[in-house]
Write a protein that binds this ligand. Sequence first.
Ligand code: FPP
Length: 250
Amino acid sequence: MLFKKKNTDIDLSSLDMKKVVSDAKLSHIAFIMDGNGRWATNKGLPREAGHKVGVEAFRTIAKKCKEYGIKTITIYAFSTENWSRPKNEVNEIMRLLDKYISEAEKEDAENRSRYYVLGDKERLGPELKAKCEYLEEFTRDNPYVVNIALNYGGRDEIVRAVNKLIAEGKTEVTEEDISSHIFTAHCPDPDLIVRSGGECRISNFLMWQSAYSELYFCDTLWPDMGDYELREAIVEFSKRKRRFGGVINK
Ligand code: FPP
């Protein structure tokens, strides 16, 4: 099923979300944070204002995911295609990312998250690249995982993995080879991919990893996403019957 069902029959605020998450075996959620630009335009603001509020929405969502016991979250912060946006907008997104990365180090004790930056860091420039690498190293002993997809493309990731394997001398590759050479080799595939903003597509995000992910699309624009919308997505996930190509023996 592609679209969410409205959970109007349930009082979401009274649910024990830790139990819902644990019963549903939800360990990894990925987010396509769409709708920042429209959110800002609707308010007569420049698009960049939407990205700024979008970072705060991410902070809220990340905190709640941890509170509910979700071990890994992945966000699509900037795609390999996003470089074609107006220069001002690209610069502002990079500034926000740079700021977030600096703050993540300071907030380490509270975050308890191990960061991974997925994507080709070369194009980020030497300063931001070094900051990303420092954050990855600095947070390496933390129990939760936050993957930031930055200058990331799903097809590009698969091509890179195959080229790495060729460079290692492989002439034939297995699924395990590819899974262990993509940017997310350190974590399980996402159980759930949430896309805000009303569009129903994957946009080159986690192409390999999403083979058996449940997809959830909602109309809410990313800056308006909060605990209630997260609960809606998780509850919908908890109702899905995952078969992974097999049958359910119940
Ligand atoms: C999609 O909305 C959003 C992006 C391409 C950029 C998102 C990046 C940030 C919020 C900064 C990331 C930093 C962290 C750490 C969270 P859109 O601009 O395509 O919206 P639209 O579809 O309404 O135009």
